[in-house]
Design a protein around this ligand. Structure first.
Ligand code: NAD
Length: 375
């Protein structure tokens, strides 16, 4: 009998429902095509809208227990948060803080200029840009240690702390060397410019102690991973080089907040945030989540691009395939990746972010149909 995998689903705010509906359509086609048995738990509503609709008491339904997160083989989540509610909500959107409690230290965010997508960078064609932002996901500015003093007064003071640990630096940088070595989630192994497997370290050493530790750790580990080309640049310079010579990059590892910001910029570099898939991965758990937010400016109109969610779900299957040694799951990811390229290259069905007039649903359906037709 086929191995059954439990996949926990969380809906989120804004466009979350519409992109997840299309993601599930594609997962169903993948199940059919590869003989997989995926048990989808939920998807449960979570997020800012849920808080508001439930008298600001909780952001998730009672049946969504913490245990479900630990029991699931993998998780997918839609974007959560609405701009008019930022800072007004009393707590978290889920029963656990997924990134820290599930120890999901690696946020993998590929940036690839795919066929049929027009670059915002003059003269770049598909294949010229193909790098991964590898964002450390549990430390840095988002540890949430700090607070306010003299709130509301003339001398009001806000403090945030930046934490970076040796263990945190080591594990993400090792992950980066292995990612560059494997070529996972890339169109082609190595940097497009010269084919070299390269791990770039981008941070602000010389300025903060945490980044000094990050860079020192990188230099130490680079000596043990000499098959991978070493490269380092300050994070401010990297934002310049990423635009000027994107083809030089293969895998770029960076502390948490820089990765958050640079991956949105990379959304633009690859043509749309609607193409930006991502997973939050640890050694035991993983959740798929598009790089972008809830897109309130287009929510409810049925025109968002579901490819970001579909690619994220595919990456999640690949992670699970490695964990369980199930080649079908890895093949399923490669198929999703190829089908997205095929649909983009044909250019018949496109959402407005890619210059088309089709709906979220039409694009999701065309991908699911193409999955069912894979030889
Ligand atoms: P956003 O990422 O939601 O949107 C930025 C731009 O990208 C918008 O123009 C939007 O229309 C476009 N876009 C995003 N996804 C798209 C898609 N799939 N197809 C087509 N276009 C797409 O950023 P924002 O407006 O700054 O944030 C909105 C809310 O999302 C905020 O409340 C923020 O806190 C939250 N947010 C949540 C997450 C998360 O849950 N992981 C991440 C980022 C932001």
């Amino acid at each position: 009998m086929s191995q059954r995998y439990k996949i926990l689903g969380l809906l989120g705010d804004g466009i979350a429902g519409e992109i997840i509906t299309e993601g599930l359509k594609v997962l169903e086609a993948i199940e059919d095509r590869y003989g997989l048995d995926l048990e989808i738990l939920g998807p449960y509503p979570v997020g800012a809208r849920y808080w508001v609709d439930h008298d600001l008491k909780r952001g998730w339904p009672e049946e969504l227990t913490a245990e479900l997160f630990y029991e699931a083989d993998a998780i997918f989540k839609g974007p959560t948060g609405l701009p008019d509610l930022v800072g007004k909500l009393p707590g978290s959107y889920t029963p656990i803080n997924m990134r820290t409690e599930l120890d999901l230290y690696a946020n993998i965010r590929p940036c690839r200029l795919r066929p049929g997508v027009k670059s915002v960078l003059t003269g770049r064609k598909p294949g010229d840009i193909d790098y991964i932002i590898l964002r450390e996901n549990t430390e840095h500015m988002y540890v949430n240690i700090g607070g306010f003093m003299k709130r509301g007064g003339e001398t009001e003071l806000a403090i945030d702390n930046y934490v970076q640990t040796k263990k945190g630096c080591e594990r993400i940088i090792k992950y980066g060397f292995n990612l560059a070595r494997s070529g996972e989630y890339k169109g082609k192994i190595g940097a497009p410019l010269d084919g070299k497997r390269r791990l770039t370290c981008a941070c602000k050493w010389g300025l903060t102690k945490g980044d000094d530790l990050f860079k020192d750790t990188y230099e130490r580990l680079a000596k043990e991973n000499s098959d991978i080309e070493r490269d380092s640049t300050w994070i401010d310079s990297w934002s310049y080089y990423a635009i000027m010579r994107p083809g030089f990059y293969d895998v770029v590892v960076m502390p948490n907040q820089y990765g958050d910001i640079m991956s949105d910029m990379s959304g633009a570099i690859q043509g749309s945030l609607g193409l930006a898939g991502s997973i939050n991965a640890g050694d035991k758990h993983c959740f798929a989540e598009a790089t972008h937010g809830s897109a309130p400016d287009i929510a409810g109109r049925g025109i968002s691009n579901p490819m970001s969610m579909i690619l994220s779900m595919g990456m999640m299957l690949n992670w699970l395939g490695d964990k369980r040694g199930d080649k079908r799951l890895k093949e399923a990811w490669r198929s999703i990746d190829r089908v997205v390229d095929k649909v983009l290259a044909e250019g018949k069905v496109r959402t407005p972010d890619l210059g088309g007039t089709n709906s979220t649903k039409e694009l999701g359906t065309s991908i699911a149909d193409a999955v069912l037709k894979i030889d």
